[in-house]
Design a protein around this ligand. Structure first.
Ligand code: FE2
Length: 203
């Protein structure tokens, strides 16, 4: 497995330990475990070659994670949960959105109880209302989003902002004035299931 993935995992561990007790508590020992490794096929997406552009849109506390993402970017299994058959996603959207798993049941660092992924959305995109069984913490790494969560006032959050969701709490995000690079921490069951979307876009 490429050394850059270890550097990225270490950056998340250091951030949780020093800056984010909520993330450290949420992940527990699963973030610090000696994970088995399962190297994944390298795949890329159209926006990845422009990912460096977001480096200037972070802050000192999240800088080391963002730098580690950029170093690891050519060595990752980039993917998408959605396609043009899903409401709210078209070709233009899919050219500027994607994510990769760092820790997950399928690897590259293997955990059956924690998933850590990193996603990117281009400026102007809207992640439609969705929900999933695992509990979640989003951590903004760079850029900014308006986080829209059912039962809570919207939160506009730049780097270091954390947003928590209960199991199956519907939520959405809008990247109004900047792109977004964010980590998602999931725990629970169905850690690799595709999030549920409404059959029709209502927000
Ligand atoms: Fe989510």
């Amino acid at each position: 497995m490429h050394p850059a993935l270890y550097v990225l995992r270490d950056a998340f561990r250091a951030y949780a330990a020093s800056e984010a007790p909520d993330i450290a508590a949420f992940c527990g020992v699963d973030l610090m475990a000696d994970h088995p490794v399962r190297p994944l096929e390298i795949t890329t997406l159209p926006f990845v070659r422009h990912l460096n552009d977001i480096a200037a849109q972070t802050e000192p506390a999240t800088h080391s994670i963002v730098e580690a993402v950029l170093e690891a970017a050519p060595h990752l299994h980039w993917r998408q949960s959605y396609s043009e058959v899903d409401p709210g996603f078209d070709a233009e959207y899919l050219a500027r959105y994607g994510w990769f798993n760092l820790i997950a049941p399928s690897g590259p660092f293997v955990s059956d109880s924690l998933r850590v992924s990193v996603g990117y959305w281009g400026k102007g995109l809207h992640y439609p209302r969705h929900w999933h069984e695992p509990e979640e913490i989003y951590l903004t790494l760079a850029g900014e989003a308006r986080y829209i969560s059912e039962g809570r006032a919207d939160v506009v959050g730049g780097p270091c902002t954390t947003i928590c969701h209960r199991s199956n709490q519907p939520h959405a995000a809008t990247m109004e004035i900047a792109p977004l690079l964010a980590a998602a921490f999931w725990r629970g069951t169905s850690l690799e299931a595709k999030p549920d979307l409404p059959s029709r876009i209502t927000e």
